[in-house]
Design a protein around this ligand. Structure first.
Ligand code: PXL
Length: 269
């Protein structure tokens, strides 16, 4: 009997299907990992009121986590959009009471279309409560910059310095993603001793919605399967690069990455 490895995502629901929980579950499935979810908030703009973030209650977050853990359990977990300090503190408490050891914290702050996905007063809670529990954190350049008090991050050398400094927050590994560099998409992985560079060609597309979510979900999926962090990050980089290569859009808006691309067109994660 073959049982797939198990991964859970604690994140926001992106009703358009490109990012958040939806991107995470698609990624888990593509990598043959059993996916579970805890929805922290629903992101979708109301055409009348303009409201975009609809938070779930703390009770519902605790209920979802308890149910998934009781029914299944998890070999790895990722967090995405947590939105408030209260949700971050609840997440840290739930993880502290669990036996989950492989934890990917994607410090989601702002969406591609500029929606605010983390309250200002939540950044301290993220840094003090959750990041110290993480196996790996995966900030992009703007997120790394916010966590380093607005420091400019523009070059690969800046990414390296950011990874070094963010390691002091207490995660075992730091992956600073260079998606916004000009030139190749270079990410820097730091384990407290050694830097590893992950390089992919710059792909000429605007259809990258959910790329960060899918990348961290792929890392969590590979960790759930028992891969080392280095191996998981390499496999995930390859998965997301292929997904971006085949990104598409149904209209003139920024579209999703193609989660099935690796399965359909090749790759190895
Ligand atoms: O891509 C960041 C992101 C994460 N999580 C949710 C989102 C988005 C972007 O829109 O909606 C729920």
């Amino acid at each position: 009997m073959h049982y797939p490895a198990r991964a859970m995502t604690i994140a926001g629901s992106a009703s358009g299907g490109s990012a958040g929980i939806q991107a995470d579950l698609k990624t888990f499935q593509e990598l043959d990992v059993y996916g579970m979810s805890v929805v922290t908030a629903i992101v979708g703009r109301h055409p009348g009121t303009g409201r975009n973030v609809h938070p779930m209650t703390i009770e519902s977050i605790e209920a979802q986590f308890a149910t998934a853990m009781q029914q299944v359990g998890a070999d790895a977990l990722k967090t995405g959009m947590l939105f408030s300090a209260e949700v971050i503190e609840t997440t840290a408490m739930l993880l502290g009471q669990s036996d989950i050891e492989r934890i990917v914290v994607d410090p989601v702050m702002v969406g591609k279309l500029d929606s605010k996905l983390l309250a200002d007063d939540a950044i301290t809670a993220l840094q003090e409560k959750l990041i110290p529990m993480a196996t790996i954190i995966t900030p992009n350049m703007p997120e790394a910059s916010v966590m380093l008090h607005g420091r400019k991050i523009e070059t690969v050398n800046d990414l390296k310095q950011a990874a070094f400094d963010l390691h002091a927050l207490g995660s075992k590994y730091v992956l600073v993603k260079g998606g916004r560099l000009s030139g190749p998409a270079v990410d820097v992985l730091y384990d407290g001793e050694m830097f590893t560079y992950l390089k992919a060609p710059r792909i000429d597309t605007v259809n990258t919605s959910g790329a960060g979510c899918s990348y961290s979900a792929a890392i969590a999926a590979c960790l759930a399967k028992g891969k080392s962090v280095e191996k998981a990050v390499h496999l995930a980089k390859s998965f997301v690069t292929t997904a971006i290569t085949y990104g598409f859009s149904y209209n003139d808006m920024v579209g999703p990455t193609y989660h099935a691309a690796q399965r359909k067109f090749g790759g190895s994660a």
